[in-house]
Design a protein around this ligand. Sequence first.
Ligand SMILES: Nc1ncnc2c1ncn2[C@@H]1O[C@H](COP(=O)(O)OP(=O)(O)OP(=O)(O)O)[C@@H](O)[C@H]1O
Length: 245
Amino acid sequence: MLSLNGAGRRFDNGTVALEDITMTIGAGEFVVLLGPSGCGKSTLLRLLAGLDTPDTGTLAWDHGTKPGPGDIGFVFQDATLLPWATTEQNVHLPLRLAGTSLEAARPLIRETLARLGLAGFEQARPAALSGGMRMRVSIARALVSRPKLLLMDEPFAALDEFTRHRLQDDLHALWREARTTVVFVTHSIYEAAYLASRILIMTPRPGRIAAEITCALPEAADRRIDPAYAALTTQVTETLRAVMP
Ligand SMILES: Nc1ncnc2c1ncn2[C@@H]1O[C@H](COP(=O)(O)OP(=O)(O)OP(=O)(O)O)[C@@H](O)[C@H]1O
């Protein structure tokens, strides 16, 4: 779908956030960027989103895949919902900005909310929802325009472990079903191993991709207790130890 070739980003204050990033993202992949705080993961997502441009190197979209408006969905660590708006109105936002009325968008909004387990909460405001449900609304808002590429910046980092597991399960199921291309940032080895089809490990200052692990976990009924999952987390841990400065 896209490739970065020798991409670097240096800020005006002299901080080199990224250096010589070469990577590809294939359509339908679930790519996880795993690395410690400050290694440039968010800066890399901003480049992919087109919110920033590399100072060196290039970012190229494969023929016919260059995103237009609505083709990229973004989910942040905070749900960033409009507090005065209902679930339905929050999810409508990207479609509203594209000129689609709530009436016209309602079937698509309802379907997306149902897929995220939010049926019945259409008229609730964010204050009436739990942290996990607010994140579900945020994911529904990112998916409602059926993006080609979904960028997720530590979306589950602020959630408790139980809620995080449920959201990981549901995100994985959604991805298996729709095969939306996902780039997901996390600090968590366990989250990376659970979700990824490929993990890119980043080292800090300047941010570089130091290792790549292709994941092929079986679709067991409960992947969390599958020995293959334990083996993968061990492999990721060992790789991290080997490449971290
Ligand atoms: N606009 C900016 N100007 C100057 N320095 C910046 C700017 N944005 C980010 N940085 C610096 O670039 C480096 C990479 O930042 P970035 O936010 O991409 O890292 P990160 O891996 O996402 O960190 P975290 O996990 O803490 O969110 C950090 O040292 C940060 O302080």
